[in-house]
Design a protein around this ligand. Structure first.
Ligand code: C6P
Length: 400
């Protein structure tokens, strides 16, 4: 049986999304900026899809939603534009991010830092959460931007975006949030949460890869990074990815329609699965489940290298991860586990299971059986841990 439990890395394209996109590859393939009917027949699809995207995040008509190639591009754009607009000009000298942002934010912040900007990296607490007061404490009159993700991709922890938005508004500081892991899993409302910039990628909510967006609140304009044909109101040049836009719009509509299901049924299945996993001795989950997106579990199995567990799972058809897909080849400890100060051995034992609305109970039953077998096998041969006489796992030094 094949079981896909890596939905925080990417998702299956919803069949409705696929069907909506198809005509824009083979029939309505004109360049929307051309002056003939091949172009104009793409316009209604683009317009309707953009309306669905605006509605999905509660953007106002006067705000901008700029289609990009992915969240990585959107995140780079916000931070680099802020650098050019406020830091390079000497108006401000400081930005604030969390220490568990996606690499597309952290690496860009480090680049800005290398150019002379001060960067504050907000810590997470023992539950893997950012505390809103830490944002208030870090803001100075030279702070240009706060960038804190809506939900963490490793733990699913939902950060206090509403409070952070209010703090930024109060201090007149721009607020960006990376909502890649939030769309379709928790309500996202840029107006209610005082968001100035918001990032997402369609492939995380059953849309196609290679298309994402950046929301820009009216009056909080950024400078374009891609110059050329002045598409997207001059914000981002390049021929529009029409099938991608239609796919993202349809995926957004489906995600909003499925939000209730995700927050009830998927959560219920996740919780029951997690309860069973936690019955295995010496297992740990960092963030309390009510403070997480409904689909995510980051769990540590003491004594078992995450990569070894993945190998056993993969052999039985199950796809999971040790954390972020883009960090999975470096064999480093899980970054969130490190950030909460977990001991090195525990930090290497994290496995991320991320469900979707397509996950079935049968798949979870199969996964549970495989995990139990894998834990028994791998703990038997673990070099760092041994079984104590009562059957529990303990450090070798305790066992001897
Ligand atoms: N996280 C994960 O396994 P792109 O690749 O540009 O579509 O999305 C980047 C990105 C940005 N922000 C967050 C919070 C993300 O989770 C991701 C992608 C994947 O966790 C791949 S590293």
């Amino acid at each position: 049986m094949n079981v896909y439990l890596d939905n925080n890395a990417t998702t299956l394209v919803d069949p409705h999304v696929f069907a909506a996109m198809e005509p824009y590859f083979v029939q309505k393939y004109g360049n929307p900026n051309s002056l003939h009917h091949f172009a104009s027949e793409t316009h209604p699809g683009i317009k309707q899809s953009m309306q669905k995207i605006y509605a999905g995040i509660h953007a106002k008509d006067e705000d901008s939603v700029i289609v990009t190639s992915c969240a990585t591009e959107s995140n780079n754009w916000v931070l680099k534009s802020i650098y050019f607009q406020y830091i390079l000009t000497g108006e401000k000298n400081h930005i604030i991010i969390s220490e568990v942002e996606h690499p597309s934010v952290i690496s860009t912040a480090k680049w800005i830092e290398s150019m002379g900007c001060k960067v504050t990296y907000l810590p997470i607490n023992h539950e893997g959460l950012i505390e809103a007061h830490s944002v208030r404490d870090a803001i100075t009159d030279k702070t240009a931007l706060v960038s804190v993700m809506w939900a963490n991709n490793e733990t699913g922890a939902i950060f206090p975006v509403e409070e952070i938005g209010a703090i930024c508004k109060e201090h007149n500081v721009l607020f960006h949030t990376d909502a890649v892991q939030a769309i379709g899993k928790t309500p996202v409302d840029v107006q209610a949460f005082n968001v100035d910039y918001l990032t997402f990628s369609a492939h995380k909510f059953h849309g196609p890869k290679g298309v994402g967006a950046l929301y820009i609140k009216k009056g909080k304009e950024l400078i374009p990074l891609l110059h050329g044909g002045a598409q997207m109101a001059g914000y981002r040049s390049g021929t529009l990815n029409v099938p991608g836009i239609v796919g993202m719009g349809t995926a957004m509509e489906q995600a909003i329609d499925s939000l209730e299901f995700e927050m009830s049924k998927v959560r219920e299945m996740r919780d029951a699965f997690e309860d069973e996993l936690l019955k295995i001795p010496d297992t740990f989950v960092v963030t309390p489940r009510e403070k997480r997106t409904p689909n995510t579990i980051l769990i540590s199995f003491r004594g078992i290298e995450g990569e070894s567990m993945l190998w056993d799972l993969n052999r039985e058809g199950i796809g999971a991860s040790t954390g972020s897909a883009c960090a999975s080849e470096d064999l480093e400890a899980n970054s969130v586990m490190e950030a909460i100060g977990a001991a090195e051995d525990l930090a290497h034992t994290a496995i991320r299971f991320s469900l979707s609305r397509y996950t079935t109970q049968e798949e979870l039953n199969h996964t549970l059986a495989v995990v139990k077998r894998a834990v028994a096998r791998l703990r038997e041969i673990s070099s760092s841990f041994a079984y104590a006489p009562d059957g529990h796992v303990c450090g070798l030094s305790e066992a001897h």
